[in-house]
Design a protein around this ligand. Structure first.
Ligand SMILES: C[S@@+](CC[C@H](N)C(=O)[O-])C[C@H]1O[C@@H](n2cnc3c(N)ncnc32)[C@H](O)[C@@H]1O
Length: 148
């Protein structure tokens, strides 16, 4: 194993988790900045060519975990690894953001769902070769179908 070392932090408009959109149909359009520490900035070379990025980050304001829990998107409980709950054994978040522009170590992005000051562990270019028609969305599709 290794000791995770943040490569930067998120400047987000969300100071309070209650302000972050949740539940079925929630859209994440919030803009902010991924501020990468100067010592890691050379690692951003060539990132501008990618429209979207995976951001891997820490739920630093989450304590403990629940193996079974009820997400805000459903009235039924599910296993933590079938959800995006912040209360997980390893408190790691994953968000896909749109890269708007880069200014040195500052990546201006859209699509944030994390709190201001959230530590960033890693960034990778978004890519998927899985055709949309082969994706199954499990309980989430069922919850959407039940929605009045
Ligand atoms: C449902 S999680 C999904 C996060 C990410 N997209 C994922 O799938 O890992 C998003 C929620 O995590 C919580 N959250 C955001 N930033 C956090 C932080 N730094 N520490 C603890 N909880 C946080 C907020 O309640 C937010 O609505």
């Amino acid at each position: 194993m290794f000791t995770p070392q943040p490569i930067g932090s998120v400047f987000s408009p969300y100071k309070d988790a209650a302000a972050i959109p949740k539940g079925l149909g929630a859209e994440h359009q919030a803009e902010g900045v991924l501020n990468i520490l100067p010592e890691f900035e050379p690692g951003l070379a060539d990132i501008e060519g990618f429209s979207h990025l995976f951001v891997i980050w820490v739920f630093d304001r989450s304590n403990g975990f629940d193996l079974i829990g009820k997400p805000p998107t459903d009235s039924m409980a599910h296993g933590v690894f079938a959800t995006r709950s912040p209360r997980r054994p390893n408190p790691i978040g994953l968000t896909v953001v749109e890269l708007l522009r880069r200014e040195g170590g500052a990546l201006h992005v859209r699509g944030l769902d994390m709190l201001d000051g959230t530590p960033i562990l890693d960034i990778k270019p978004y890519m998927s070769s899985i055709p949309a028609e082969t994706l199954r969305r499990g309980w989430l599709a069922e919850a959407e179908a039940r929605k009045p």
